[in-house]
Design a protein around this ligand. Structure first.
Ligand code: VNL
Length: 392
């Protein structure tokens, strides 16, 4: 009887001691401000990344280093001043420890000074202009860069019968990067650029540009368009009769994005692209990822999804390394030189540039079962952003 009372008493005192600790842990959840285009012309990017972030938390738990994680999702509609205002509010009002998302280059650049000022890590999960990581020492990127994805294609083309090329890119940062990277390497390897065409980012009409491609009669047209836009390009390619012209279409994998590829039809068959991710990537990690993603989201993951998924990996692993400490410098330091196996293959963060180092794959669109996939047939391992590598 007596012994029991003592034990009870001890239990009670342990419980009271534990209480303030539990209460503190709950009130200090680590918040992640996730800013994405959930509406507007680039909503597919927002939808893909949101689904990937949710999946990562579902598969890895919603607490790290004893601290609960909370996502605060905001829709910037694809407008840079909205992104900036939302980032400000998330830092000041919601006291977020991370900013993440950033669907397009202007949306990643706008809040960069705020990340620097507040010392909050900014995880760029989508935007891919080379210079972005130079906009703040707090930016770490889990997506890719356009020069990284483009140079391997510029090397592949002249070895495969493509000697004369017209480029056709969306007229802003990543398009300019793709155009320059392709032209420089292709010309150095003996190829000839016939002309360089740029189409507007907003409400693009490809018809007049495709007519100029048809008139120039190149071996191939090299294209970059942002994720989601490829379907319209392909439709107009067929409408102009280019699919019957013998002019090949090649590009970075943004144009045959896994989100929209299935709706493109036969015109996409045989299209060669280079990129860092395909839903058809043959690895156990990717098979499990695609299956879990389809089950949870109801659609197929594209390269935006894998950028979101790996961005969450950076958040989780950085918090583990700092033991839950959210000071920005420590988190960024923890992310530098991190290496892991992503659904896309082996990746690491370049400690000098805070960009992701990854394999680039050469792929061909093929029908596999009832679906179209970018089937990888060659791998260029551990590619760094070539622009920053050249700067040294
Ligand atoms: C960007 C680059 C956006 C590649 C994309 O899709 C893309 C960007 C929205 O940096 O703006 O596929």
């Amino acid at each position: 009887m007596k012994r029991r009372t003592v034990l009870k008493g001890l239990g009670a005192s342990v419980a009271t001691l534990a209480l303030p600790h539990v209460a503190r842990a709950e009130s200090s959840a680590v918040r992640i401000g996730l800013i994405l285009p959930m509406t507007g012309p680039f909503a597919s990017t927002g939808r893909q990344i949101e689904a990937a972030v949710k999946l990562y938390m579902q598969r890895n738990g919603d607490a790290v280093a004893g601290r609960k994680l909370e996502i605060v999702l905001k829709d910037d509609t694809g407008t840079a001043d909205v992104t900036k205002r939302l980032a400000q509010e998330l830092i000041v009002n919601d006291k977020v420890s991370f900013l993440a998302g950033f669907g397009l280059t202007p949306l990643a650049l706008a809040p960069a000074p705020l990340a620097t000022q507040a010392k909050v890590p900014q995880i760029v999960m989508a935007a891919a202009t080379s210079t972005i990581t130079e906009a703040s020492p707090f930016i770490v990127r889990s997506s890719f860069t356009l020069p990284q994805a483009t140079v391997p294609l510029a090397e592949w083309a002249p070895k495969n019968g493509i000697k004369r090329v017209v480029s056709l890119v969306t007229d802003y940062g990543p398009g300019h990067d793709a155009e320059k990277a392709f032209k420089e390497r292709f010309s150095a390897d003996g190829g000839q650029m016939l002309s360089e065409l740029r189409v507007p980012l907003r409400n693009p009409d490809f018809a007049p540009f495709l007519q100029r491609v048809a008139d120039a009669k190149p071996d191939a047209v090299f294209v970059f368009v942002p994720s989601g836009v490829g379907a319209q390009l392909m439709k107009q390619f067929v409408e102009r009769g280019l699919d019957k012209s013998g002019i090949r279409l090649i590009g970075t994998g943004d144009v045959t994005d896994d989100d929209i590829l299935n709706d493109m039809g036969d015109v996409a068959l045989g299209v060669i692209t280079t990129h860092h991710y395909s839903a058809a990537h043959d690895s156990p990690e990717n098979k499990a990822f695609v299956e879990a993603f389809r089950k949870a989201a109801g659609f197929r993951p594209n390269f935006m999804a894998v950028g979101g998924y790996d961005g969450m990996h950076l958040v989780y692993e950085a918090l583990k390394k700092t033991n839950g400490d959210t000071a920005g410098e420590g988190l960024v330091a923890a992310m530098k030189a991190m290496a892991w196996t992503s659904p896309r293959g082996p990746v690491s963060i370049d400690p000098q540039t805070r960009d992701i180092v990854q394999n680039i794959y050469v792929r061909k669109v093929e029908k596999v079962g009832a679906e179209l996939f970018n089937v990888e047939f060659a791998t260029i391992p551990n590619v760094k952003d070539p622009v920053k590598a050249a700067k040294g």
